[in-house]
Ligand binder design. Sequence first.
Ligand code: PLP
Length: 440
Amino acid sequence: MSNLFYQGRGRKPVLDQARGVYMWDTDGKRYLDGSSGAMVCNIGHSNPSVLAAMQRQMEKSTFGYRLHFETEASEALAGRVAGLMPPHLTRVFFVSGGSEAVESGMKMARQYALATGQGSRWKVISRQPSYHGCTLGALAVTGYASLSDPFAPMMRPMPKVPAPRAYLDGLDPEDEATGLHYADMLEAQIRAEGPETVLAFLLEPVGGASTGALVPPAGYMRRIREICDQYGVLLIMDEVMTGAGRTGRFLGCEHWDTRPDIVVMSKGLGAGYMPLGAMIADERLVEPVLDAGGFAHGFTYAGNPLACAAGLAVVEEIEAQGLCANAAEMGEKLIARLHGLMQKYEIIGDVRGKGLLTAFEFMSDRNSKAPLPREIGAYQRFVDIAYERGLIVYSRRTHDGYSGDHILVCPPLIVTEAHLDEIIDGLDRSLEQFTQEIAP
Ligand code: PLP
């Protein structure tokens, strides 16, 4: 028996090595990493420039506590990240992961409210379903009942509004009226809570694991900004999964006319080389907090020089290799190919995504949008079949009694068309096996 445990008893093959989009286990079996781990390894595995940058940093120092030293690596990465943000987002606060970044964003918003005489504001409205992390603060704003219910007595409940799943509600996502319909729900929620109590609205610009690459309908992103402005509510964009080029732009929210007050990112920033995340805030928020005595928040490993050196090299690779553009181009091709699979397999009820954050959803009936029966455990079974065949994809079943099993296909942003052929071939064969297995 191993001393190690994660979520269950299942054991996985042992990872030996990984290069580019491929990974090998200790039996020599090769896998194509079609989910970039958990949508993390955006620039592929074992990138030589990143490894060299880490080696150089390791030889200088691997830790400098933030209350004792600034480090060149964290200063350089902060400058680089700020340069990639919308111009008003100039202040960067480093953390080691996505949950920490979300916590930091919410606490920055709260301290800004306190520093500016708005202490009645504390509620963070988020969406159902959504995923924002597993620490208790991030879990309180996560709309995913099976993850948060066990801990409900330990958390302050936060209000939720429905995520705009137009495809399930039979609405046209291209029609502005659809976006306004869902944005209206945010306005109604703010009014119901009492606007003077609402601190922020938190959302993923393109949904991640919770909704399976949900793309907002036309008009939605612009209108939620207007609503936030109208009621003095801060807009926090969770770019933990979408950031660092995944959707074809450096930030996912750049696809729309919206202006976040705070951006949080992680996964693709460290890209699997080191645990790293960042909360990037509008100077207008940070200055009053610093004037009022400082940001009462911080983690021991914040701004770790090795993590920041890796992050800097990752960002340089994203730019040098034009990976945002490649994600946009390959993403379009991937979505077209997934639509091809949808034509072939009736069981695929929807295909969606942006850049290389793509997904398809299983349905037992495309017209009624009914999910597959839960007993099939489709999301797990399909992933297992693909894994057996050497293709790694990511999946979830949204546990809100309404949406079904979705499979996320999110390879590293370095993929070529030949890799896409391999992914589609692996999915095709896996779908063939899966549909035979569940045939009555
Ligand atoms: N926010 C989003 C959108 C995520 O997808 C995740 C992780 O999947 C998190 C936050 C939490 O990140 P972490 O697992 O690094 O704490």
